[in-house]
Design a protein around this ligand. Structure first.
Ligand code: ADP
Ligand code: MG
Length: 255
């Protein structure tokens, strides 16, 4: 099957702190990969290197088989072609812990903003598609509301709608429910589960172990910048090979 996201031997340091020590991931079309690991293990950095929000020190990133071209500038790598990076970036949807919707725009305006102004698609078409997406995430009746008048769960579902409106090839989630009150987590996980069932390609960093075990085709356990364990969730969560992974999932499953 075609590779949607390929990361090869990614390395990244912040000063003396080597955060990624050679990480490789190959997400094929339709795969849902959950990424788990302790705080500081490099999960966010790994996710942020994919669209070059962080520039890796070494290694390679390819999206849909297209490798992001790099060059060296005064000994530091940087993307060789910013247009290529922007194009590839807009083919990926991101959902972060903080919802970062534009506060001065309604839900619908948030959702159509990039399709209209970045992708330059016809406004009418974008609105029709946005309405269908809002229906799907259960936000149709909130289309004209401003973010300040929404719950955290509603804001996050609007943020997911905004990512979907770009018709992304893959979706990257970084702890999408960590900032939510516990009673609002379920409604967001339900939406993400629906996307998994649609066969969307997704990388999901999460501490929701039961959810990860349930929706992923594969799970990666990161420890100190390395993939310490990787496999089907049945292996990683129920029968891990390493003691560290076992201790981690036991601690989190029983919370
Ligand atoms: P995780 O998401 O698994 O909690 P991160 O990838 O956010 O881990 O961070 C891994 C390590 O890198 C941490 O020690 C963090 O402090 C450090 N780090 C992350 N981003 C930066 C940055 N922009 N500048 C300096 N250090 C950073
Ligand atoms: Mg993080």
């Amino acid at each position: 099957m075609t590779s949607a996201i390929t990361v090869r031997d990614l390395r990244k340091s912040f000063g003396q702190n080597e955060v990624l020590k050679g990480v490789s991931v190959d997400a094929r079309e339709g795969e849902v990969i959950s990424i788990i690991g302790a705080s500081g293990s490099g999960k966010s950095t790994l996710l942020r290197c994919i669209p070059m929000l962080e520039v890796p020190d070494a290694g390679e990133v390819a999206i849909g088989g297209e490798t992001i071209r790099m060059r060296s500038r005064r000994g530091h790598p940087e993307p060789a072609d910013i247009h290529q990076v922007n194009r590839i970036r807009s083919s990926l949807g991101f959902v972060f812990q903080s919802f970062n919707l534009w506060a001065h725009m309604t839900v619908l305006q948030n959702v159509i903003e990039a399709p209209v102004h970045v992708q330059k698609r016809p406004r009418g078409e974008c609105i029709a598609e946005a309405e269908a997406i809002l229906e799907k995430v259960g936000m149709a009746e909130k289309r004209d509301a401003y973010p300040a008048h929404l719950s955290g769960g509603q804001q996050q579902r609007a943020a997911i709608a905004r990512a979907l409106a770009m018709r992304p090839r893959a979706l990257l989630f970084d702890e999408p429910t960590s900032a939510l009150d516990p009673e609002l987590v379920g409604e967001v996980l339900r939406v993400i589960r629906g996307l998994a069932e649609e066969g969307r390609t997704m990388l999901i960093v999460t501490h929701e172990m039961a959810f990860a075990a349930d929706v992923s085709t594969r799970t990666i356990f990161l420890h100190a910048g390395r993939i310490e364990e990787e496999g089907p969730p049945a292996q990683v969560f129920i029968n891990p090979r390493t003691d560290r992974c076992r201790a981690f999932v036991t601690r989190h499953l029983n919370r």
